[in-house]
Design a binder for this molecule. Structure first.
Ligand SMILES: [Zn+2]
Length: 231
């Protein structure tokens, strides 16, 4: 493990959130611990074991993100789970295929829109796991149901980030085109952040285009052959 110095330009990764809160005031919750990410405020890492300044070296604390979107796709299978691009800054510690950070804030949110096929396949693969996940997400304050358009609009407005619906996650994982688009989005999200903050319209346009290209890569999956559920 190495530690990056406190950086002016944040590290950007991908992570999951649960969609919680009321329909008119939706919020983001951590899937692994009971924690709400407040809108328009940096999320600050806390340590249940008492690290003075999380993330601690020999601890698992900190705000997590991965550099590899593929890694999140299977854990994201379930209603009310969001994928997203997240900025990390302050104290940032390298972890397995990603980072643990002191501060974080979402930059863009992707909402998997599951189809009946996804649900059928999930049930076919592991109904017990699906039930356990749902129970855990409900315990964290997640709504564990598909959000409607109004909720997603309110979410984007509250957090000040773009929210895009993407086609179902199963069953084509992994996917080279998706991985390529995800890496391009991560690069643009990080490189353009200081410029977007200054109101640079070109930088905003490049970021939007990178998100749209990733969304299109999800769409490429959207009409697979039905799996042999009765086999
Ligand atoms: Zn700790």
């Amino acid at each position: 493990m190495t530690e990056a110095p406190d950086a002016a330009i944040p590290v950007v990764g991908f992570r999951l959130w649960l969609l919680g809160g009321a329909r008119t005031a939706p919020d983001l919750r951590s899937p692994a611990v009971a924690a709400t990410w407040a809108p328009r405020t940096a999320m600050v890492a806390a340590c249940p074991r008492g690290c003075a300044r999380p993330p601690g070296w020999d601890c698992g604390c900190g705000l997590y993100a991965t550099s590899v979107l593929d890694r999140l796709l299977v854990p994201a299978v379930g209603d009310g789970v969001l994928l997203g691009c997240v900025a990390l800054w302050g104290r940032v510690v390298e972890a397995d295929q990603g980072w643990r950070a002191e501060y974080a804030y979402p930059l863009a949110l992707l909402v998997p829109r599951r189809r009946p096929l996804d649900r059928a396949l999930e049930q076919y693969l592991s109904p017990g796991l699906a039930r356990m996940r749902r129970a855990r997400w409900l315990a964290r304050g997640g709504r564990a149901e598909p959000p409607d358009e109004g909720t997603l609009a309110a979410l984007g407005e509250r957090y000040g980030v773009p929210v895009h619906v993407v086609a179902g996650l199963l069953p084509r994982i992994p996917d080279d085109d998706l991985a390529h688009r995800a890496a391009a989005l991560r690069d643009e999200a990080a490189r353009g952040l200081p410029h977007r903050r200054l109101g640079d319209g070109h930088a905003r346009h490049r970021f939007t285009r990178a998100i749209e290209e990733l969304v299109a890569a999800f769409e490429g999956w959207s009409d697979p052959e039905p799996p042999p559920l009765s086999a």
